[in-house]
Design a binder for this molecule. Sequence first.
Ligand SMILES: Nc1nc2c(ncn2[C@@H]2O[C@H](COP(=O)(O)OP(=O)(O)OP(=O)(O)O)[C@@H](O)[C@H]2O)c(=O)[nH]1
Ligand SMILES: [Mg+2]
Length: 314
Amino acid sequence: MRFGTVALFGRSNVGKSTFLNAVLEQDLAIVSSLPQTTRDALLGVVTRKDAQIAFLDTPGVHRPKTELGRRMNHAAFEAARTTDVVVFMTDVTAVARRPGKTREIELDPEDLRLIGQLPPAKQTPAVLVINKIDLLRDKGRLLPALVELQKVHDFAALVPISALQDDGVERVLGEIYALLSEGPAGYPSDTLTDRPTSYFVREYVREQVLVATQGEVPHAVAVSIDSYEEGKIPRILATLHVEKEGQRRILVGNSGSKIKEIGMAARARIEALLGRQIYIELFVRISPRWKDAPRQLAELGYSQDAGEPGKERE
Ligand SMILES: Nc1nc2c(ncn2[C@@H]2O[C@H](COP(=O)(O)OP(=O)(O)OP(=O)(O)O)[C@@H](O)[C@H]2O)c(=O)[nH]1
Ligand SMILES: [Mg+2]
């Protein structure tokens, strides 16, 4: 048996959470086309006959404007620093042709900055994954890009994939397997994650906000669980926190139509995870500056140590 922990690390929106779901063969993590979808590290455990890999999906590293953003980056760097292997993920936009550039391949400057902050290869081996190859018309750009990337860091392997189309995902698992050492599994074989149900309730409600709203609203929302009553049909009351009155009005919608739509879609997603019926009711509240207030951040589940594996908080 081989066992190891693996951080999924990289810029926002490159497909880290999509990849996690692909290896788990389950839509555990929330995914969206907006940047900064993932806000904290999420464990997802893949158990096979001869190996167990504990993946940590992390928030996309970005230039933070709030305390929440700083904590998100911190969670990503902590994961990359503490796991056995790092998957550095980028996507084909990083190797796309850029107007006005003279050199054939110009690596993404943000990628270069992040690669420069990876732990030394001798200490933590890293696998480079280029995602979204389904979008790349000119596949001839891939090889020179891989050559350039290999020059900036001693990656143990470089794998082009399409997480969305489940193309190359198994090869990534193979490359990770080759880097793991023999040892007992870290989790019981039926473990999927270490997060409690309440975490996924919050996430799946937030996911529907990302789907149903635009502009500043998706990023202004955090979700808290007010009560969770077990029973034949569990009864969940949750609050969506926004920063401003205008955002509250958008979320509620015309005579409550928007919040109802969000609640119904979130309920379907939660029911699919739990395999049972639930009742959920959503409220909207203005909590100004929740993204910068340490106490409120902690209450909303975004405490400073939230990203560290094994430190559950609910
Ligand atoms: N075409 C294509 N799109 C993809 C692929 N993988 C992910 N995407 C899309 O890219 C967007 C971002 O995906 P996520 O998995 O949320 O990206 P992430 O890296 O987790 O983003 P953050 O959580 O914000 O850091 C979504 O719209 C996905 O559907 C892929 O292989 N091909
Ligand atoms: Mg994500």
